[in-house]
Design a protein around this ligand. Structure first.
Ligand code: ARG
Length: 576
C-alpha cells in the first residue's frame, strides 16, 4: 500500500472540506525525526496566509475533518500549524501480513502506460567507456522498476551506427582484411578507430576512398553495407558481453540505432520545410527556434541538413521521437543521456511539438546525469590518461571483490568464491552508481563501494544473508509462520513503518527516475533491521507468539531487500 498517497489524498479532502480552494495543496512528507511522527503535513501556514486565517486554527479545522480512523493512533499540531501523524501499530501489523501474503509484497500495478526508455546507446566501432556506465545502469534499473509496476516498457538502445565516419571505418576494415590483420585490429575497437582516423589524416588516397565510401554507403551500395554491417555486428557482440556481465536486461533485440531512422530523414526535412519550420540558407537547411537564443540574442538556427546533403544527430533524433510516438505508441519517452546533451534534446522536442509529430499529452523526459570523476576531480581516466574502458573496470572490480572475500575468510569453495566475487563486484559498481543523485558528478572510489559499512551494496547484501542465516537456524520454515504480527517494541514499530514505505519509494523512483531514493530506502531498512535484531531477540524470543511475529518481520525484510536490490539489477547471495 502507498501510505503516502493515501494520507495525501485524505489530507487534501480535509482541506476541501474546510473550504480551501482545490488549487491549494499541502505537502505530506515522511517525518525526518520520530518526535514528528511518521508523516508530517507541511504548507498549512502558507495556505492560512492566503486565506487570511490564523494557521493554528486552520490546522485544527483540518484535523477535525481528517479521517484517518484505524490508520493513525495520533494526529497532532506542532509549531504554528504543522500536522504530525503517528501510525497505528495494529493497522501496521495488518498491512505487514497483507504484504507477506503477496508475491509482489502487496504492491499494486498501475494503469499501464507504454514507456520507451532510451539508454546505454554507445557508438559503433568504439568501446563502451565509463561515460556509458551511468546511462546503462540507471536506465536498466529504471526500466526494471517501471516494468514491475505494470507498464509496457520498450528498451531502446539508440546506438550510434550511422554517420560520415563510416566511410573511413569501412576503408580501414578493407585494408586490415587485405593485410590479414583483421583479428588483431578488431580485438580493440578503440585502436581500430584510432588507426582508421590516422590513416584518414595522413594518407590522401585512403581519405579519398573513405569519402567515396560515405557516398556509396548512403546510396545503399551492397559492398559498403556489408562492410558496415560487419562493424556494427562486432561492436554489438562486444557490448552484449558487457551487458551480460553486468546482468542487464538489455538484449540485441533492443537495438534501435541511428541507422534505423535514415530512410525517414528526407521526408522529415521536406515536411518541416512545407510546414514553414525549416528554411534553406546558403544550401544548409535549418530550423530557427525563438525559444533558444544565440550569443547575440537572435533565434538559434538548428541545422537539420548540411550543404553536402548529410543529415545530423538532431535530424535523426527528430525522426526517432516521431517513430516512438507514431509506431511504438509511446505515452512517455525517457532519455538517459548525460547533461551535456540537454540542449540538444530540448531543441529536438521543440521541433517535434511544433511540427505536430508528438502531442503534448505524451511526456518527454530527459533523465540526465553528471560525470564520473577520478580522485583528482577530473573525468575518470586511467593512469596513462586514457578514458577507462568498461571491461577493464569490471575486471578490476572482480579482482578486488575476490581479495575482499578471501580477507574476510568467508567459508566457501572455489566455485562459490567465484560466484560471490561476481555478485559482489557487479553489485558494488552498480550500487555506487545508483546510490548517487544522478544530477551530480561523483568521484569513483573503490574502497567506498566495496565497503561493508555504510550505504553500499555489500552492506545490504550482507544484511540479507544475516536474515537467511536466522531462518537456517530457526526451527520453523516460512510456511509455518502463522499468527499475528505484534509491534510492541519501538524497534519493531520503526521497522514495520519502513517496510510499508516500500511502495511509495518505488513509485517515486518510477516517477522521477531516481534510483538513489530506493538505495537510501534499502540502506535505511537494513539499518533498522539491524537495530531491531539487536534489541528484539528472534531465536531467543520470550514466547512462541513473539517468536513467530518477529520471524515474520524478518521475512518481510529479507524479501523487500531482495526484491529491492533485484529492481536495481543487483543480485543477492545466501551467505557472504
Ligand atoms: N550515442 C550517443 C552517445 O554516445 C547517445 C545517444 C542517446 N540517445 C539519443 N536518442 N540521442 O553520446
Amino acid at each position: 500500500m502507498n501510505i503516502h498517497a493515501f494520507i495525501s489524498e485524505k489530507v487534501n479532502q480535509a482541506m476541501l472540506a474546510v473550504g480551501a480552494p482545490a488549487s491549494y495543496k499541502v505537502q505530506v512528507r515522511q517525518s525526518v525525526k520520530t518526535k514528528f511522527g511518521d508523516y508530517q503535513v507541511n504548507g498549512i501556514m502558507t495556505i492560512a496566509k492566503q486565506l487570511g486565517v490564523p494557521s493554528y486554527q486552520l490546522a485544527e479545522k483540518v484535523i477535525s475533518m481528517l479521517n484517518l480512523d484505524g490508520i493513525a493512533r495520533k494526529v497532532e499540531i506542532a509549531g504554528p500549524g504543522f500536522i504530525n501523524i503517528f501510525l497505528d501499530s495494529q493497522w501496521l501489523a495488518t498491512q505487514i501480513a497483507i504484504a507477506l501474503a503477496s508475491p509482489r509484497l502487496g504492491i499494486l500495478q498501475y494503469s499501464p502506460q507504454t514507456i520507451v526508455v532510451d539508454y546505454s546507446s554507445p557508438n559503433v566501432a568504439k568501446e563502451m567507456h565509463v561515460g556509458h556506465l551511468r546511462s546503462t545502469i540507471i536506465g536498466d534499473a529504471s526500466a526494471r522498476i517501471l516494468e514491475f509496476l505494470g507498464h509496457k516498457v520498450i528498451r531502446a538502445n539508440h546506438i550510434g551506427d550511422w554517420g560520415t565516419h563510416f566511410g573511413m571505418l569501412i576503408a580501414y576494415l578493407e585494408k586490415v582484411e587485405y593485410d590479414g590483420e583483421l583479428e588483431i585490429e578488431l580485438s580493440s575497437l578503440n585502436n581500430f578507430y584510432r588507426h582508421a582516423k590516422k590513416n584518414y589524416d595522413i594518407d590522401p588516397n585512403f581519405a579519398k576512398k573513405a569519402r567515396n565510401y560515405v557516398v556509396k554507403l548512403q546510396c545503399g551500395d551492397s559492398y559498403c553495407l556489408q562492410m558496415w554491417r560487419k562493424l556494427v555486428n562486432v561492436t554489438i557482440v562486444q557490448n552484449q558481453k558487457i551487458y551480460d556481465r553486468l546482468n542487464l536486461t538489455l538484449s540485441q533485440d533492443n537495438i534501435m540505432g541511428e541507422s534505423m531512422y535514415n530512410n525517414m530523414l528526407p521526408d522529415i526535412v521536406t515536411d518541416l520545410k512545407a510546414k514553414g519550420l525549416a528554411v534553406e540558407s546558403a544550401g544548409t537547411t535549418l530550423v530557427f527556434l525563438n525559444e533558444f537564443r544565440n550569443k547575440d540574442g537572435k533565434p538559434m538556427g538548428v541545422i537539420i541538413q548540411k550543404k553536402d546533403g548529410a543529415y545530423l544527430y538532431t535530424t535523426t533524433d527528430i525522426a526517432c521521437a516521431k517513430y516512438r510516438y507514431e509506431t511504438l505508441k509511446a505515452d512517455r519517452i525517457i532519455y538517459y543521456i548525460d547533461s551535456r546533451q540537454h540542449q540538444h534534446l530540448l531543441q529536438v522536442w521543440t521541433i517535434v511539438r511544433k511540427a505536430g509529430y508528438i502531442p503534448e499529452t505524451v511526456v518527454l523526459e530527459h533523465h540526465m546525469f553528471g560525470m564520473i570523476l577520478g580522485k583528482d576531480g577530473k573525468p575518470l581516466k586511467t593512469r596513462a590518461g586514457i578514458t577507462v574502458k568498461l571491461n577493464d573496470l569490471l575486471d578490476e572490480a572482480l579482482v578486488r571483490a575476490r581479495c575482499l572475500i578471501v580477507s574476510k575468510q568467508v567459508n566457501v569453495d572455489l566455485i562459490e568464491l567465484e560466484r560471490l566475487a561476481q555478485v559482489i563486484s557487479i553489485g558494488a559498481i552498480k550500487y555506487a552508481e545508483l546510490s548517487k543523485n544522478r544530477m551530480t558528478d561523483y568521484i569513483f572510489n573503490w574502497d567506498d563501494m566495496l565497503s561493508f559499512e555504510g550505504n553500499t551494496a555489500p552492506y545490504i547484501q550482507y544484511a540479507y544473508t544475516r536474515i537467511v542465516s536466522i531462518f537456517k537456524r530457526s526451527t520453523l520454515n516460512q510456511q509455518q509462520l502463522t499468527g499475528n504480527v505484534y509491534l510492541e517494541n519501538e524497534q519493531e514499530y520503526f521497522l514495520a513503518v519502513r517496510l510499508l514505505q516500500y511502495e511509495e519509494t518505488i513509485t517515486t523512483v518510477a516517477r522521477y527516475g531516481t534510483p538513489h531514493v530506493l538505495c537510501a530506502y534499502l540502506y535505511n531498512l537494513a539499518v533498522r533491521f539491524s537495530s531491531f535484531y539487536e534489541h528484539c531477540p528472534i531465536l531467543n524470543a520470550d514466547n512462541d507468539i513473539q517468536y513467530k511475529s518477529r520471524l515474520q518481520l524478518a521475512l518481510l525484510t529479507s524479501r523487500t531487500l531482495q526484491q529491492g536490490l533485484n529492481l536495481l539489477g543487483i543480485e543477492t547471495v545466501e551467505k557472504m
